[in-house]
Design a protein around this ligand. Structure first.
Ligand code: ZN
Ligand code: ZN
Ligand code: ZN
Ligand code: ZN
Ligand code: ZN
Ligand code: ZN
Ligand code: ZN
Length: 1717
């Protein structure tokens, strides 16, 4: 002991000296970099100076080797014990887990047998650990591969401490107790500027410490901090984030006054609305010691990982009772101070508890007992605390209580069940005068407490979740004691929230109802579980039944008081009951005591306890009328609400009724009320039962009065209607009471049958998805519905397509089990199901009667229920309704009543038939309904028997709908008659029931005719349906057309091409689209119709302008370099597109044409409407009018500009005549390249000099520098050209419109080139209005710009190809996208050519020359960038001409560049490179000239295949051996290669774009969704040092993981704070983004800052459904088709459009703050 004290002294001294010197020195905050460095320093220092000495001491040697030695003797715990991070995936096996809280970590799961089972996957909310290795948690396969083999060299029972050397154990005990005590003392220390004795402080510096709470928002804290400690917004955010994560953070450091000042500012600023933020001024030494205490705990946690012996030593130390008595161990102290500690401290010690006590099987039990002893205290502390439950020590209950043996042990030894229930009841203090809960006028504070108190129900559920297989006397005793407590709780609920019918005035305030229902809902599983426990032991069941009954009689004590009983009589029967009317007196929906009794009653029947021990049961004490009284009132209340009698009681009541029937509550509400009525009815005279029912429905007078037809004569119409509804409801109730037998114990069925019946009825409504079915079925405590066991036997599964979900369809053979009055149908369900079933029967050519299905047999205890069907009162009711049906007049009767009566008659007949079938002799059958209905009725005024009435109704014209049913009934009656005769007589009777042969024949004939007519009608119906379906889909299909894959499109066009060749000429002549030999464009007039005014109009340059709605957006879809920064809009020179295509401008159009004037008028109207709307609502819309956005008036496609339609280009200069084809002669001068270059050069010189000195050099003939070309366009067309130019300029550069800017025409050309390029790999030549008008517009847009501007562009463009000394800073050919260069040059050439008045028209020649130049440049580009690893396979010794030429060209390039280019000998390989690299360029070029010159493409162009290369070359008038081209232009190679940038780029190995550029794809996603979840769970926020991100979000374009929807990662973009996703879109997608929100399993599309929508993820479960929000937890797998669809949307620039449509369809999407995601 003295050694211990000595050691204690030494350690304390050491800590007192060093801790304040090492930890918490100086201010925190500043940059996160500094803070990190400081933290590393502290880590190092505390390891070296504080912890290492302890390690030496403990191990007695050098720590590293000592620990290694320890580990060798360690027996790892068989438990995995992996503690879950927030968001980490957890797996639970639905077949083997003891309960749903048993989970595996991903690693264990993948190594377990359960991955082949049905499992559920969820994401952890943090805390909790992996149950792998816990034999009690799994019915099968408790070990994964890794934890499978517990080392066998040591006995599991052996004390691990005994393996350790004794002296080490002694040292361990001392060190652990000193350190643990130190840590506990420091963490529970509540003085701000004093320290425990022995740890006196050194100098006086202080911290201002801010603590978190759940009351204040981030914004409040940030704002306050900025004011209080004068920090930047960024620092404040960082402080706030840390406070939220760790629970506290020092925000200021200095002397006391300095800190105190900050404290008072914070308190003052936050105390206005609520309680102020918690702030303390703490001595820096206190803070330092607390910090070290946490490090010490972590250290302990690490050390015990090395040795199970040391782990047990620590457990022993922790749980050792202190000097103060029972609750004084160090662990007790921690637990009891839990709610006073800050979040970070709690997390660390919880973690230590999990690593130590919960991993040691012996101490886990001891700890559990201690936990149970403290239970009430801990829960009370938790109620006062405002932290979430995950950071409370009470959340450990799930680790302890769910272990079944542990739960039983705690129940028996610590009476845990009773403790939990009593603690719960104590915390719900608000009661009314009768002691019932009262949730009226609940304050927010109370509601918050109520929320917390519910976690106790969770604990109760844990200990009850597994039923005991064996009972000890002790367990019986304690369980029944717990049941007593539970009944006390239920008594407080019985009759709570009573309602009284409001007459006259509507209620003023909706009463509170949700709290009571929340309670009911939470308790539902508990109630069911208690019943399950009872069902496993006869003694317990009998005792429970007694207790419940006495509780109920206690509740009933006030019931029949006061009033005199009244006596009722009808149909010769008489009963006494008390005066009570639901419509006037108090009534409550909450009757848990009754319902528990009903549940137990069924168990008595099911377990046959009732028949085996009748003497032990207090059945004699039961008063059936009392039993049924309260449930009946509740059901009558529902009926009256349906009848509209409670309209003035508001929505609160409607909601209650809704939940009463809802699947979440009905098992322990509605269902049990039905059972109670059945129980009561089976114990009573059926006539008495019905009379009481009639009386409670307030319908008794109708049947008791002498002439019931009089009843509506002088009553108000409303009352008649009410009574009608009540009659219907009452009949329905009777149907349910006698007919609902699918509860094991009521009828002779298994739970399997019960579930199957539910499913059959759900699927009778319509085919349903798996999740819909799950939602419609009640879950048990294990979250199972039993659906999977049943579903395949009754339904067939239909897989989903690319949209929609998989559906289950009822197999036809189950249709006969359909019951129209199925008790769980809502009224809407019922009518839908009825309609569906009748339709089905008609389709099958059957009659439309929907008779009841034959019911299962009743259990003996409920056997006498059937007598209801044949009792006098019911017969009287039936007779009356039929009588009214025979002579309907006035409003006192409805068809629904008749339908229900017919159903009841049917049920009775089925019952009789069944009994007859199962009996051998006639006199066995006591049920004799047929006999009774043939007797004349006894009810007043009934003229005939029920049967007679039915017969007369059979032909009533007004009852056509019910005819089939009546026929069915009469057949049944006849059948039964025959059966009776057959059993009574020995003669055999013909099987055909009582019909003569003649009659049958006539019937047959009639039936046949009917069937034919029916068939014809069905056919007609089908055709009509098909037509309307087609119409409906037409619009949608057209809308989706552009979204369809191009592959599909191409398939269809090529198919079309087979039928009608694109042009008749193409059949005989090679089509050429460029150059002097090009074939003339279509000269036909172009007539279009305006969608707004429907007027037809010809497209003419001089006519009224026609426009096409269009949408321009910036695009990075083709980008090969996502790291390139966006250009500065003011400085950016767009004349040369970089080959990485990092940012382009895309134009799309829905193809709808309008007059420019019509469109302008439309747009103005939209603007006006929007202005007015914004004044009213100030909301966004799906389109942004201020940015020129509107929706196409026809298809609502998002648009932001219009493209003017222009006429086709002029015909070729000289007509090329096919006749001279063979001679290959042209009747036109086609100047050679040299000649053309020379001339162009002269023209350029002229232009240059014109702008400097007056004409000095030789000007080519006819070239007039100052010539103004004649105006080609009318003013309206011109205006539209400007409009579209400005839009591309504005969107493309993100600048304000400026018509003077030189860049305007460039951007117009740019969108033309980019859009054509984005069409992708498939050359789709055909009618594309958008591309065609875009190209024609681009060729004309130069007319809207000053000619000199365009000319100077041309000069610069040409200089990039043909060196020109007058142009400075030309780019190297590696920095230019050649297709863009081609388009720009061709389009800008017109401005130069327009000055040429010589009459020589060389435009086409010029185009061809430009094309040749650019093509050669591209070839060089490809060769320079080709990655030709030498592959030694000289295919052919004799190389082809192409290959030789390629080699030669390459070698020339090498001559210029030398070793920068690798040596390549294989011409074959080079040529292959060239060909593949060049193809996309040729395709795009063909498209461009096709649209520019309106040349119809030859047929072979449309077919992708081996001939395509040749077809393209010929269409472009290029030699099919492209390499020949370069021979004319070899002089250019040198300047191209010698551009300094070329060498540099190739050498430095920068970003080299290679050809062909592969088209971009979205990132690869894993097949199994949990892999993504796992990735996301280990993703930490990049800004807040190691913190887990709450909403990790994956960019589908580039694969970056982002920390979305969080303060920490907000960035400023254009002066506004935006979330990580939005910020990312600006760098990655030019404002447009596609993301996968991993935790939500949801795809997110965002465009700009205000627009976005969610999109179904490409992950489906086995039932073909997505799981957005990851609520259901079925395993999810990638659906490649759906992912491809998303990819296609992106590649075709359809995302913005999808967002637009989604927002248009769902206005709530508009209100979401997308920019914060
Ligand atoms: Zn694990
Ligand atoms: Zn494992
Ligand atoms: Zn399993
Ligand atoms: Zn018009
Ligand atoms: Zn449209
Ligand atoms: Zn990205
Ligand atoms: Zn973050």
């Amino acid at each position: 002991l003295s050694i211990y004290l000595l050691l204690l002294q030494e350690v304390s001294y050491h800590l007192a000296v060093y801790v304040p010197r090492i930890l918490c020195l100086g201010p925190s905050g500043g940059s996160s970099r500094e803070e990190q460095r400081e933290e590393q320093r502290e880590d190092l220092a505390s390891q070296l100076l504080l912890l290492a000495p302890l390690e030496w001491l403990l191990l007695g040697e050098e720590p590293a080797s000592g620990l290694h030695l320890l580990q060798e003797n360690n027996q790892p715990s068989p438990l995995c014990g992996h503690v879950f991070k927030v968001g980490e995936p957890t797996y639970s096996c639905r077949e083997c887990a003891a309960d749903p809280t048993c989970v595996l970590c991903m690693k264990c799961f993948l190594g377990s047998i359960h991955k082949e089972h049905r499992y559920r996957m969820t994401t952890s909310g943090g805390g909790g650990f992996c149950d792998c290795g816990d034999a009690e948690a799994w019915k099968k396969g408790p070990y994964c591969q890794q934890h499978r083999h517990p080392p066998t060299d040591r006995d599991a029972e052996e004390d691990p401490v005994s393996v350790l050397p004794a002296d080490m154990v002694a040292r361990g005990v001392s060190i652990f107790s000193i350190l643990l005590k130190y840590a506990v003392d420091m963490l529970t220390w509540d003085q701000e500027d004093q320290l425990p004795a022995g740890l006196e402080p050194l100098e006086d510096t202080y911290y201002c410490m801010l603590f978190n709470d759940e009351v204040h928002t981030y914004e409040q804290v940030i704002y306050t901090l900025q004011k209080a400690v004068n920090c930047s917004q960024k620092e404040a955010v960082s402080f706030a984030t840390t406070v939220d994560r760790d629970g506290r953070k020092s925000v200021r450091y200095g002397d006391f006054q300095f800190c105190d000042q900050a404290k008072s500012v914070i308190v003052r600023n936050t105390s206005r609305q609520s309680k102020p933020l918690r702030v303390q001024v703490m001595h820096s030494s206190v803070v330092a010691h607390q910090c070290f205490a946490l490090r010490a705990l972590s250290w302990l946690g690490q050390i015990i990982q090395y040795s199970d012996g040391l782990r047990r030593v620590l457990c022993e130390v922790g749980l050792q009772r202190g000097p103060e008595g029972e609750y004084s161990s160090l662990v007790d102290k921690l637990m009891l101070n839990d709610s006073k500690m800050w979040k970070g401290a709690r997390n660390i010690y919880h973690q230590l508890l999990m690593n130590s006590l919960l991993m040691d099987l012996k101490y886990k039990k001891i700890f559990a007992i201690q936990f149970a002893k403290n239970y009430r205290r801990l829960q009370t502390d938790f109620m006062e605390d405002d932290h979430e439950r995950v950071v409370s020590v009470t959340s450990l209950s799930v680790q302890l209580f769910t272990v079944p043996t542990m739960a039983r042990m705690l129940m028996v030894e610590e009476n845990l069940m009773t403790t939990i229930i009593k603690t719960f009841v104590d915390h719900l203090r608000h009661r009314d005068l009768q002691g019932r809960f009262q949730f009226d006028r609940y304050t927010a504070q109370q509601a918050f407490k109520f929320g917390r108190v519910q976690s106790l129900i969770g604990d109760l559920k844990y200990i009850l979740i597994s039923r005991p297989s064996e009972w000890s006397d002790q367990l019986r005793l304690k369980f029944l004691e717990g049941l007593d407590a539970f009944l006390e709780l239920l008594k407080c609920m019985q009759g709570m929230d009573p309602v009284v019918r409001q007459v006259g005035q509507h209620i003023e305030m909706e009463p509170e109802w949700e709290a009571a229902f929340t309670l009911q809902m939470k308790l539902t599983h508990i109630i069911s579980m208690i019943q399950e426990w009872c069902s496993t032991d006869e003694h317990v069941l009998i005792e429970a039944y007694r207790k419940c009954l006495s509780a109920l009689s206690h509740c009933h004590s006030g019931l029949p008081d006061g009033e005199q009983p009244i006596s009722l009589s009808v149909a010769g029967h008489c009963v006494e009951t008390f005066r009570y009317q639901v419509s006037q007196d108090k009534v409550s929906i909450h009757l848990p005591v009754c319902r528990l009794l009903a549940g137990l009653h069924v168990l008595l029947s099911r377990t046959e306890v009732a028949s085996r021990f009748p003497e032990q049961l207090p059945l004699g004490e039961l008063s059936p009328p009392l039993l049924i009284e309260l449930p009946l009132r509740c059901l009558v209340l529902c009926a009256q609400v349906h009848a509209g009698m409670w309209r003035r009681n508001g929505f609160s009541l409607i909601n209650q009724i809704y939940y009463y029937h809802n699947v979440k509550c009905r098992v322990e509400m509605f269902d049990k009320d039905m059972i109670m009525l059945q129980a009561g009815a089976s114990m009573m005279d059926p006539n008495h039962f019905l009379m009481i029912v009639l009386s409670r429905f307030e319908l008794f007078h109708i049947f008791s009065s002498a002439d019931c037809r009089k009843r509506y004569r002088d009553t108000h119409k409303d009352v008649v209607q009410q009574n009608n509804t009540l009659m219907e409801e009452m009949l329905h109730l009777i149907i349910m009471v006698v007919g609902e037998r699918y509860v094991s114990g009521v009828g002779q069925v298994e739970s399997f049958d019960e579930v199957r019946r539910e499913i059959i009825h759900q699927l009778s409504i319509r085919p349903m998805a798996h999740s819909e079915l799950v939602k419609a079925l009640p879950e048990n405590g294990n979250k199972e519905t039993g659906l999977e066991r049943v579903i395949d036997s009754v339904a067939s599964f239909k897989k989903p397509g690319v949209t929609g979900r998989g559906l289950y369809e009822l197999r036809p053979e189950w249709n006969k089990h359909f019951n129209l009055y199925f008790h769980h149908f809502s009224r809407a369900d019922q009518s839908k199901a009825e309609e569906a079933q009748r339709k089905l029967r008609r389709q099958n050519g059957e009659d439309t009667a929907l008779p009841p299905p034959s019911p299962p047999l009743l259990c003996p205890l409920f056997g006498s229920l059937v007598n209801l069907l044949q009792c006098d009162v019911l017969l009287a009711v039936e007779g009356a309704v039929l009588q009214w049906a025979v002579e309907p007049s006035g409003g006192g009767w409805t068809e629904s009543m008749l339908q229900r009566v017919l159903h009841l008659v049917g049920v009775a007949l089925l019952e009789e038939e069944q009994q007859l079938e199962s009996s051998s002799r006639d006199d066995d059958v006591t049920f004799n309904y047929t006999c009774k209905i043939t007797r004349p009725g006894e009810a007043p005024s009934t003229s005939g028997s029920v049967l007679a009435l039915l017969e007369s109704l059979q032909n009533a014209p007004h009852l056509e709908v019910h005819k089939d049913m009546i026929t069915w009934i009469l057949k049944m009656v006849a059948n039964i008659k025959t059966m009776r005769e057959r059993t009574s007589s020995t003669l055999t009777v013909p099987v055909c029931p009582g019909q003569g042969p003649e009659e049958t024949l006539r019937d047959k004939d009639k039936a046949e005719r009917k069937r034919k007519a029916e068939m014809a009608r069905l056919r007609r119906e089908k055709i009509m349906a098909q037509m309307s379906e087609m119409q409906k889909h037409f619009i949608n299909e057209n809308k989706e057309l552009f979204q369809q894959s191009l592959e599909e499109l191409e398939a269809s066009t090529s198919a079309a091409a087979d039928n009608s060749p694109p042009s008749s000429e193409s059949t005989c002549v090679a089509q050429v689209c460029v150059g002097p030999r090009r074939v003339g464009g279509a000269e036909h007039r172009q007539l279009v119709t305006c969608i707004l005014c429907q007027e037809e109009q010809e497209v003419r340059g001089q006519g009224r302008a026609m426009v096409l709605a269009a949408f321009i957006q910036r695009s990075t879809v083709l980008s090969k370099n996502r790291r390139r920064n966006l250009p500065d809009p003011e400085r950016h020179d767009p004349l040369f597109m970089n080959p990485d295509l990092s940012l382009g401008i895309h134009t799309a159009s829905c193809g709808h044409i309008m007059h420019a004037t019509c469109w302008q008028r439309y747009f103005e109207a939209v603007q006006l409407k929007e202005q007015r709307r914004q004044q009213r609502l100030r909301g966004h819309t799906s389109y942004d009018v201020e940015n020129g956005e509107f929706l196409c008036p026809l298809c609502e496609c998002l648009s932001n500009t219009v493209i003017p339609l222009l006429p086709h280009t002029h015909t070729p200069d000289y007509r090329y005549t096919p006749q001279v084809n063979s001679l290959f002669s042209l009747r036109v001068d086609h100047p050679s390249l040299e000649a053309w270059l020379k001339m162009t050069n002269q023209q350029i010189t002229a232009i240059h000099s014109a702008h400097r000195k007056p004409a000095e050099p030789a000007v080519p003939d006819g070239f007039k520098v100052d010539f103004t070309p004649q105006n080609l366009f009318s003013s309206s067309v011109k205006e539209m050209i400007t409009t579209f130019s400005m839009s591309t300029y504005k969107v493309g550069l993100k600048v304000n419109p400026n018509e003077q800017d030189q860049r305007v025409p460039v951007l117009s050309w740019s969108t033309c080139a980019y859009t054509i390029q984005s069409i992708g790999t498939h050359t789709h030549l055909g009618r594309d209005d958008c591309l065609s008008s875009l190209t024609r517009f681009s060729s004309a847009c130069w007319t809207a710009a000053p000619p000199t501007t365009v000319q100077s562009h041309f000069i610069r463009l040409l200089a990039a190809l043909v060196p020109d000394s007058r142009v400075e800073n030309t780019l190297s050919i590696l920095d230019i996208d050649m297709f863009h260069l081609l388009v720009y040059s061709v389009l800008s050439y017109s401005s130069v050519h327009s000055l040429d008045q010589s009459g020589q028209r060389v435009v086409d020649s010029a185009h061809l020359h430009i094309l040749h130049l650019v093509t050669v440049a591209h070839l060089v580009q490809i060769l320079l960038t080709s990655t030709t690893e030498e592959v030694c396979m000289d295919q052919d010794s004799s190389a082809s001409e192409e290959e030789e030429l390629t080699c030669r060209l390459y070698n020339t390039l090498r001559k210029h560049l030398g070793s920068v280019l690798p040596e390549v000998t294989s011409g074959w390989q080079l040529f292959r490179c060239v060909k593949a690299g060049c193809l996309p360029f040729l395709r795009a070029t063909a498209l461009f000239f096709h649209y520019l010159n309106s040349t119809a493409p030859p047929a072979d162009l449309l077919v992708a295949g081996p001939g395509q290369w040749e077809a393209l070359c010929s269409y472009l008038d290029l030699p099919s051996n492209l390499l020949q081209l370069h021979q004319n232009q070899h002089t250019l190679l040198e300047p191209w290669c010698c551009h300094p940038v070329v060498r540099q780029t190739l050498q430095v190995d920068g970003v080299i774009v290679r050809f062909p550029r592969e088209s971009n794809r979205l990132i690869q996603l894993p097949e199994d969704y949990s892999i993504l979840i796992n990735q996301a769970s280990s993703f930490t926020c990049p800004r807040s040092g190691g913190d887990k991100s709450r909403a990790p979000t994956l960019c589908l374009v580039c694969g970056s993981m982002l920390c979305s929807q969080s303060y920490c990662c907000q960035t400023e973009v254009d002066g506004e704070d935006v979330g990580a996703c939005t910020a990312h879109t600006f760098t990655c997608g030019a404002g447009l983004g596609l993301f996968l929100r991993v935790r939500e399993s949801q795809v997110l599309f965002v465009a700009g800052k205000t627009k976005g929508c969610f999109y179904p993820p490409p992950y489906l479960d086995d039932y073909g459904e997505t799981d957005q929000g990851l609520k259901r937890g079925n395993p999810l797998h990638l659906c490649a088709e759906r992912y491809r669809k998303i990819e296609r949307l992106w590649r075709q620039h359809g995302i913005a459009e999808v967002i637009g449509h989604a927002q248009e369809a769902n206005q709530t999407l508009v209100a979401i703050d997308w920019q914060h995601l």
